[in-house]
Design a protein around this ligand. Structure first.
Ligand code: FAD
Ligand code: NDP
Length: 316
């Protein structure tokens, strides 16, 4: 019987592992086996430079940061395994987590399975990822390659508005590409975007193709008018997908409470889920901030909550 099982391998899971390991709880960390859906180390493994994680004044690559976080947790006894959780049973104690047919029993489970940015599905999104294509303006918007140049943001929700307004601080011009003639975003955010002198909204438009080459990365997009089918080219050096994220919670459908978008619901100011002994942290329960440092911070919260929950249980 384990005391703590952590599902995930990103900044939230590693921080939860560090804290529970230092509390002598010898956590087992199931960070998944590499596949189309699963990425051990989490989302930062898909990026190059991380410039906004405190403690790295010169910046750090995503993979180096994750290696450091993992090493720090392992130093205190966290046990990482490249295993993908395929099923959970939280209906009674002990809690059960399954990797295929293998059952792992634990007193507590910390869920840190993250979220996945959605892209349109164009081949060029993969080809130019980190070479002009991004799904995180907060992370990449201030990079030199975008400064003073034109960029495209795809989407009409609050994320797209926020990203466009943020980018307008650095870039020369932002084109917001939206497939309809009205934003889904809140009126106040939409109005700010429409009124901004450095932002043009490309209404009723979809991105048909991203242009570029391996040396320069993104150089433009071909937009298609959804009403008359006409196509036009917009020159740009950046393409930011802002069409939403998908939290990795299919595993917990019918087991844990989620909001309408599938994010796990935690009790206010805590990481408690609706199941006793089950805690959630990181992007899987955060539709608002979705940063490595906030994921790490909530991983710390989940570890402290799990530790205190264990301490409060009657000893057997
Ligand atoms: P994730 O990092 O998503 O990790 C989730 C983990 O869960 C993965 O290891 C996965 O393998 C595992 N998992 C999922 N399902 C299972 C399962 N069934 N069984 C076992 N394991 C499972 N943030 C910043 O602060 N600065 C940046 O510069 C920055 N750049 C970014 C660049 C890109 C391209 C992207 C996509 C994101 C970026 N972010 C950045 C955001 C940041 O990466 C996330 O906020 C952060 O990684 C979230 O951490 P997490 O631990 O909650 O989840
Ligand atoms: P949303 O689901 O709200 O919006 C996604 C947008 O992307 C929609 O405009 C949608 O178009 C568009 N879209 C989706 N799929 C495609 C596609 N295949 N092709 C073209 N366009 C597409 O996601 P967000 O990430 O914007 O927001 C998620 C939640 O987080 C919301 O509740 C939002 O309010 C909240 N949020 C709040 C913020 C704030 O208050 N400051 C900041 C950021 C997010 P369509 O409208 O036609 O469906």
């Amino acid at each position: 019987m384990e005391k703590v099982v952590i599902i995930g391998g990103g900044p939230a899971a590693c921080t939860a592992a560090l804290y529970t390991a230092r509390a002598d709880l010898a956590p087992v960390v199931l960070e998944g086996e590499f596949s189309a859906e699963i990425l051990p180390g989490g989302q930062l493994m898909t990026t190059t430079e991380v410039e906004n994680f405190p403690g790295y004044p010169e910046g750090v690559t995503g993979s180096e940061l994750m290696a450091d976080l993992k090493k720090q947790a392992e130093r205190f006894g966290a046990r990482f395994q490249y295993n993908t959780v395929t099923r959970v049973d939280f209906s009674s104690s002990p809690l059960c987590v399954y990797v295929g047919d293998t059952e792992i029993q634990s007193k507590t489970v910390i869920i840190a399975t993250g979220a996945t940015a959605r892209y349109l599905g164009l081949d060029a999104e993969k080809r130019f990822l980190n070479n002009g294509v991004s799904a995180c303006a907060t992370c990449d918007g201030a990079l030199p390659r975008f400064r003073g140049k034109s960029v495209v943001v795809v989407g009409g929700g609050d994320t797209a508005m926020e990203e466009a307004l943020f980018l307008a601080n650095f870039v020369g011009h932002v084109h917001v590409v939206h497939r309809r003639d009205a934003f889904r975003a809140s009126k106040i955010m939409g109005d700010r975007v429409i009124a901004h002198e450095k932002i043009t909204v490309e209404w009723n438009s979809v991105v048909r193709e991203i242009l570029g080459d391996d040396e320069n990365g993104v150089t433009g997009v071909i937009l298609k008018d959804t009403q008359n089918g006409e196509e036009r080219q917009v020159d740009c050096v950046g393409y930011f997908a802002a069409i939403g994220h998908k939290p990795n919670t299919d595993l917990f459908t019918g087991v844990l409470e989620m909001d309408e978008a599938g994010y796990l619901i935690t009790r206010p100011d805590s990481s408690y889920t609706n199941c006793e002994g089950v805690f959630a942290c990181g992007d899987v329960q955060d539709r608002q901030y979705r940063q490595a440092i906030t994921a790490a911070g909530s991983g710390c919260m989940a570890a402290l909550d799990a530790t205190r929950w264990l301490e409060a249980q009657p000893t057997d």
